[in-house]
Design a protein around this ligand. Structure first.
Ligand code: NAP
Length: 292
């Protein structure tokens, strides 16, 4: 299908704001989806210095924006400019997707749902009644933890290098989801080994694995065929953790799935159309930045 971008005053704008945004794969994926549906809109990356954020947010309706993705370091900072946010985004205190509708700015967070949708679509797994081990306690860990708690998983263990950060995520989760069992640990030692052994799903949300010499964040000897191992890092696609999982006979998923499905959910919010997931996946896989 040909892309009907008229490049007139009617062309709607979409984009991603962050600092930096230069490595973002979202423009490639979202423009492929817009082309597929022949929608008169363009998705662009916007490198926004902190001093410009307020002005950008206020100008969105007048500039004919339909929506934005928001990435580091603005996921929390944009909240003060929004007219409304979903309950999940409010609990998280972070937004990764904004819809501009009749001059109002509405905030969503599709990261956690992107993760669970990928798990279901590519791993055939719903997290209901499962034990999940989340490695990391940063922004991505928080989005995943809140979403899986909403899905009714049995137990969440948060293992982080800085244990106090894992503990503060646990306190925030418990405030909103008192029925979910939540444990914390560091990234080594007996508690950590027990958390690995008793979890069905392990998800790495730390940046360990991005650098060429990074080790596997969980030593391969702790993994077994009963595990589903997910690494949300997607640069590279096959991280040391995923290679260790493969050698141990565990099932494993790379980080493209979460990226794809958080984007598919955002596309639906902005356009009301079903996201062409296969088209978006092909666009991601053909990105030169994606190495095996
Ligand atoms: P963040 O908020 O900065 O959190 C970083 C996390 O990594 C923290 O838990 C930090 O631990 C941990 N960490 C960093 N260096 C470490 C090391 N050397 N050893 C052990 N732990 C270390 O970042 P984020 O936004 O959550 O993103 C984390 C990763 O997820 C990035 O690689 C990002 O590209 C990826 N991501 C992927 C998707 C997707 O769609 N697939 C979406 C979002 C993010 P401390 O608390 O101890 O510092």
């Amino acid at each position: 299908m040909s892309h009907k971008v008229s490049l007139t005053g009617k062309t709607r704008l979409l984009g991603i704001i962050g600092h930096p945004v230069k490595g973002s794969l979202s423009p490639r994926m979202q423009n492929a989806a817009l082309r597929h549906h022949g929608i008169d809109a363009l998705y662009l990356p916007f490198e926004i210095p902190p001093s410009a954020l307020a002005g950008v947010m206020k100008a969105l309706p007048a500039l004919n924006f339909r929506g934005l993705n928001v990435t580091i370091p603005y996921k929390e900072k944009v909240l003060r400019y929004l007219d409304e946010v979903t309950e999940e985004a409010r609990q998280l205190g972070a937004v990764n997707c904004i819809l501009v509708d009749k001059g109002r700015l509405l905030g969503y967070n599709t990261d956690g749902a992107g993760f669970t949708t990928a798990l279901k679509a590519e791993g055939g797994l719903s997290l209901r009644d499962e034990n999940i081990l989340i490695l990391g306690a940063g922004g991505a860990a928080k989005a995943i933890a809140f979403h899986v708690a909403r899905q009714g998983c049995r137990r969440i263990c948060i293992a982080n290098r800085t244990v106090s950060r894992a503990s503060s995520l646990r306190r925030r989760l418990q405030r909103f989801h008192p029925g979910v069992e939540i444990e914390v640990s560091g990234l080594s030692g007996r508690n950590f080994r027990e958390a690995v052994a008793s979890s069905q799903v392990l998800v790495n949300t730390t940046s360990v694995g991005m650098a060429r010499r990074d080790p596997s964040i969980v030593p391969g000897r702790h993994l077994s065929p009963s595990h589903l191992v997910v690494d949300i890092v997607y640069k590279p696609l096959r991280t040391p953790l995923l290679r260790a999982a493969e050698r141990s006979g565990a099932r494993f998923l790379n980080g493209l799935g979460m990226l794809l499905y958080q984007g598919a959910l955002a596309f639906r919010i902005w356009t009301g159309r079903t996201a062409p997931v296969d088209v978006m996946k092909r666009a991601l896989r053909s990105a030169p930045e994606i190495r095996p």
